[in-house]
Design a binder for this molecule. Structure first.
Ligand SMILES: C[S@@+](CC[C@H](N)C(=O)[O-])C[C@H]1O[C@@H](n2cnc3c(N)ncnc32)[C@H](O)[C@@H]1O
Length: 207
């Protein structure tokens, strides 16, 4: 029987939590997630552990160990666990331990919905924390719309595109803080995007 769960919590607002995510989080002995993920479950009485960039690997190891010992451990992943989420690192660590994945609404999905982009025929790429790959430029030039999770900032990605010959007049959209009260959607040319300041939680679309 599996007692380790990777639970997608969607883009951030409680409105996008699934019933399954709520039920499973409610069954946890140990609930682990980023500050913004844990905030969605104030009523859950489980022991809560906050994940951050510094403690991530150690905390994942602890989660697997505790689940091996019979505790019900729920790891919260923003968006969906399988897209730039916690699925990959847990697959590496879990060994023989079985676990379950509960899907959540990815930032890519809510972005596509807001902009009415049918995502069955577009490029989707996550560079989150991985650096900008050489394949980015050919992708942007293949005639399809591209949805990107940036490596670090929007500024870094847009400057890279411009420096690598992408037309500054290409239509672009930045979706920031999707589903939150301070959600911001900026539509402009690629070059004009550089006139705006954006934080960490952004999705970039290039038409
Ligand atoms: C570690 S990745 C997690 C992606 C997540 N698993 C998903 O399916 O959306 C974090 C990045 O996702 C994007 N992201 C997550 N939530 C977002 C939101 N509410 N609004 C805009 N971008 C978001 C941002 O690019 C952020 O830097």
């Amino acid at each position: 029987m599996s007692n380790l769960y990777l639970v997608g919590i969607g883009p951030g607002s409680g409105k996008y939590l699934t019933f399954e995510a709520i039920n499973i989080a409610g069954s946890a002995d140990i609930l682990i997630g980023s500050k913004r993920a844990l905030k969605l479950f104030p009523e859950v009485t489980a022991k809560k552990l906050e994940l951050n960039a510094q403690n991530m690997h150690e905390t994942f190891k602890l989660a697997v160990y505790k689940a091996f010992r019979g505790h019900t451990v729920v790891l919260l992943s923003t968006g969906d666990p399988g897209f730039s989420g916690i699925l990959k690192p847990i697959q590496k660590l879990a060994g023989k331990l079985e676990f379950k994945v509960i899907p959540g609404i990815s930032s890519i999905q809510i972005c596509a919905a807001k902009l009415q982009i049918s995502w069955d025929d577009i490029n989707i790429i996550t560079m989150h924390g991985k650096g900008i790959p050489d394949e980015l430029i050919p992708l942007i030039l293949n005639g399809k719309t591209t949805i990107i999770l940036p490596n670090t900032t929007i500024e870094e990605t847009v400057k890279y595109l411009l420096e690598h010959g992408i037309d500054p007049k290409r239509r672009a959209v930045v979706c920031e803080n999707l589903s939150y009260k301070n959600e911001k959607i900026v539509k402009a040319s690629l070059k004009e995007i550089l006139n705006e300041k954006f934080g960490y939680m952004c999705v970039l679309v290039i038409y």
